[in-house]
Design a protein. Structure first.
Length: 385
């Protein structure tokens, strides 16, 4: 990596990426935030990037005033991310934008011939086929930042690709592991945002509680590793020490383990194939004592199997799954719907869409926009997540 361009700099992954960049002395050439001007102000002064994008035009003036005395070029609007990527010299982009908003930036990064460290799993959920084809056409690799996929990427190095028989994603089970449907109906936003092992942003923390996140990760793995989804499974592993596993043809299972710290996943993606010294202490297995495993409860948490279903339906259906989920999560966080309505809403839309073969980006985005419009009409939400 010569220089890094960081998209979604103020989010949980973005902040941890800046921490990695500071430790490793990485030059940050550009960064993009949605509207966090105060954060941007501090980050620009610390890293002196050439470019800084403020996606929300309403925050641009504020950024211009605050950062007027720096040498950084301040750009505004989502399209400015594309302009920055086309102009930047840096060879590596870390896309840590949350939600479908990260899809175009993924495409722009690949089109600009950049190596992509991908934390935005929604890019692959919504447009996996399109994105993977583009990456291969551009001769670019996508390095997963998602801990499970970073783990699988490492496990796959233990054998030949055709020898891999099963990808086993581990799931923490979230805060509501073991809950019944009845008990789940009355959980609050505050309880949902309390993740047992990983410290993450709000959207993914809710996705993790509904198991939507694991469903997305199955789709993500199927695309990233071009692996049949039937051979991708999930197992609940409460300790989050095994980050995922690969079973090979001889039934040898290779697991990747470590302390749950996203900075390791970020550094793996940024510096691959090199390994950098860790930011967190090593695993102490004897102190841990034991690791536990349970099958996922797909009846109480139906979004896992719904994701599999959406992937198999193909076309725009996975994008519809994602859009309905983003809106439903936004409504839940705004306390407009109960937790149990999230899977109901997602399921309603997934079952009402016909598939389009090899959809274009525009078709994907318009299917998603349609879902959002219906839900905003129904619940009057101004903005999702
Ligand atoms: Mg993950």
């Amino acid at each position: 990596m010569n220089k890094l361009i960081l998209l979604g700099a103020s989010g949980s992954i973005g902040r941890q990426a800046l921490d990695v960049a500071r430790r490793e002395g990485v030059t940050v050439e550009g960064m993009a935030v949605y509207s966090s001007v105060d954060f941007l102000d501090e980050a620009v002064r610390r890293f002196s990037p050439k470019f800084a994008v403020v996606v929300n035009p309403a925050s641009y003036r504020d950024a211009k005033i605050k950062l007027g005395d720096t040498g950084t070029r301040i750009l505004s609007g989502k399209e400015a991310i594309g302009e920055m990527l086309a102009e930047a010299e840096g060879d590596t982009v870390l896309n840590a934008i949350v939600g479908e908003a990260g899809l175009r930036p993924t495409v722009w990064a690949l089109e600009a011939g950049k190596r992509l460290a991908l934390a935005n799993k929604e890019s692959l959920v919504c447009a996996g086929e399109y994105v993977m084809k583009l990456a291969s056409r551009m001769g670019q690799t996508i390095l997963p930042v998602d801990s499970e996929h970073a783990a699988i990427h490492q496990c796959l190095r233990a054998g030949r690709r055709e020898e891999a028989a099963e990808l086993i994603l581990t799931a923490s089970g979230g805060p509501f592991f073991g809950y019944s449907k009845e008990r789940l109906a009355s959980v609050t936003v505050e309880e949902t945002l309390c993740h047992p092992t990983w410290k993450m942003g709000n959207k993914i923390t809710v996705d993790s509680a509904t198991m939507m996140n694991k469903g997305f990760e199955m789709i993500e793995a199927a695309h990233l590793f071009s692996f049949p989804i039937e051979k991708i499974s999930a197992v609940i592993h409460r300790e989050s020490v095994i980050h995922s596993m690969v079973r090979f043809a001889d039934n040898a299972v290779i697991a990747q383990m470590g302390s749950p710290d996203m900075r390791s996943c970020i550094a793996y993606a940024l510096f691959y194939p090199e390994r950098r010294p860790a930011a967190s202490p090593p695993l102490d297995l004897s102190r841990l004592g034991k690791l536990t495993f349970f099958p996922p409860d797909e009846e109480t948490f139906p979004l896992l199997s719904l994701a599999r279903e959406a992937y198999l339906a193909g076309g725009v259906v996975p994008a519809v799954l994602n859009a309905a989920n983003e809106e439903a999560v936004g409504l839940f966080l705004a306390k407009k719907i109960p937790f149990s309505a999230i899977p109901d809403i997602v399921s309603e839309f997934v079952h009402n869409y016909n598939t389009v073969t090899a959809p274009t980006l525009e078709e994907i985005e318009s299917a998603s926009a349609e879902v959002r419009a219906v839900l905003r009409g129904r619940f009057g939400a101004k903005r999702g997540i």
